[in-house]
Design a protein. Structure first.
Length: 86
């Protein structure tokens, strides 16, 4: 098992289908142990091997909501930025 750094294929497809609205939808980030099995084929959130408060962290399982700063572009690159949260 391993975590592969990638963007999920289903998410890329949904971007082209206009499923996600970066100005109004809620996006979350979750933290996982190195035992998690995540990669391009991942399609939904899973609590399996997610970091929990019992791991000695202040992290709350279920993910942290990200605050979107409006999508923008620079030159030929378009991107979305998220507010820095602690």
């Amino acid at each position: 098992m391993a975590i592969t750094q990638t963007t999920c294929t289903s998410f890329k497809k949904e971007l082209l289908e206009a499923v996600h609205d970066f100005t109004s939808h809620t996006f979350k980030i979750a933290l996982y142990t190195d035992s998690a099995d995540l990669g391009a084929g991942t399609t939904v959130y899973s609590a399996t091997n997610e970091i929990t408060n019992t791991s000695g962290t202040a992290y709350t399982a279920g993910g942290k909501a990200l605050t979107t700063i409006a999508p923008t572009s620079s030159g030929t690159v378009a991107f979305v930025d998220f507010e820095n949260n602690k």
